[in-house]
Design a protein around this ligand. Structure first.
Ligand SMILES: [Zn+2]
Length: 340
């Protein structure tokens, strides 16, 4: 390569290295290797050269073109990585700009109520237990004094799992009662929050999946008075004040006697839409544990007794927040969930 050309190449490299943007680099590239660039000018002169020099001249012009293109590519790489570096190191960060909106999640209203009640019951000496959502027919029905062909099974609208029918999606949290009796040494108090499933036509007050909290106390000389006392404490925890309660007879195969517990409507004095103008709200089914259930759990009903209750967590959340359709709770609609 002639000295002239070497000087040209050195100058080109210097300019390329000085480029601080991809745009400027393109301009330099065009000046040297573009259609009307320096290299094109050299090639255009070749036909006028003596025949002996033409070959060398063509070769050097091509060498210059390749060298320039190489330098451009190298500089492109440098510019790209320094740009990434600048982004990483926060160059261009302006501390005076207002911050962007931070999207924060929140706990689902059912989770909130569950945690509150867990705290409340733990403060009263209850253990929080868990149980399987896919349950054996034995624990869901049989051990709870609901043998095969018992009419109470009809009211449970059960999802049966594939197979021989021994596995069901639990229809209530009560199966954990017997599981707890098998595992724990009495006396004990437990609560079991969790999902339950019913094969129901869904409407504003029924969903195929809902949340319950089962409660069970096993001890000696347990009476209905203990049950009422525990329920009043529960209501005070939920609504923040004492509410009058009443028991109506209710039939549930796993308790005897069984009750429906109603509480004075916490939202009105003379009737409102929540209590359907009766000033009472149906709160939960409860009762003293049936001797057959104690036996299924391996306890002697002559020695041990207990009470149990099934609190509808979904219903409680609806009461607390004035939600009129249970299907909102598991509907995954962000417009609904973002309110909590
Ligand atoms: Zn009311």
């Amino acid at each position: 390569m002639s000295q002239d050309l070497e000087a040209t190449l050195a100058e080109a490299k210097q300019k390329i290295l000085a480029c601080e943007s991809a745009h400027a680099l393109k301009d330099i590239e065009r000046i040297y290797v573009g259609k009307k660039g320096v290299v094109a000018g050299l090639l255009a002169k070749i036909p006028g050269l003596p025949a002996a020099q033409r070959r060398d001249a063509g070769k050097t012009a091509n060498q210059l073109k390749q060298a320039v293109l190489q330098a451009v590519t190298a500089r492109q790489g440098e510019l790209a990585s320094s740009e990434i570096e600048a982004q990483r190191s926060g160059a261009g960060f302006d501390a005076t700009l207002p911050p962007g909106r931070t999207v924060r999640g929140s706990l689902h209203p059912i989770t909130q109520v569950t945690r509150e009640l867990e705290d409340l019951f733990q403060s009263m000496g209850y253990q929080v237990l868990d149980g399987p959502e896919v349950e054996l027919d034995y624990y869901n029905f049989e051990a709870l004094n609901i043998p095969a062909n018992h009419p109470a099974r009809d009211s449970h609208d059960t999802f049966f799992c594939e197979g021989d029918g021994h596995l069901v999606m639990r229809t209530h949290t009560s199966p954990v009662q017997v599981r707890a009796m098998e595992r724990l040494e009495p006396p004990y108090r437990i609560v079991v929050p969790g999902k339950c499933f019913r094969q129901e036509t869904t409407d504003a007050s029924h969903d195929h999946t809902f949340h319950q909290m089962e409660g069970l106390v096993v001890d000696k000389d347990i009476s209905v008075a203990h049950l009422i006392g525990a329920m009043k404490t529960l209501l005070r925890g939920i609504f923040g004040r004492d509410l009058e309660v009443r028991l109506r007879p209710g039939y549930f195969p796993f308790v005897e006697p069984g009750f429906e517990l109603d509480a004075r409507c916490p939202f009105c004095d003379s009737g409102c839409s929540v209590c359907k103008r009766t000033t009472w709200i149906e709160l939960l089914p409860c009762g003293l544990v049936h001797p057959n259930v104690l036996r299924a759990g391996g306890l002697d009903p002559d020695e041990w007794g207990g009470f149990a209750f099934g609190l509808g967590l979904s219903r409680l959340v609806m009461l607390r927040h004035g939600i009129d359709d249970v299907r909102h709770l598991l509907g995954c609609d962000l417009r609904f969930l973002e309110q909590f």
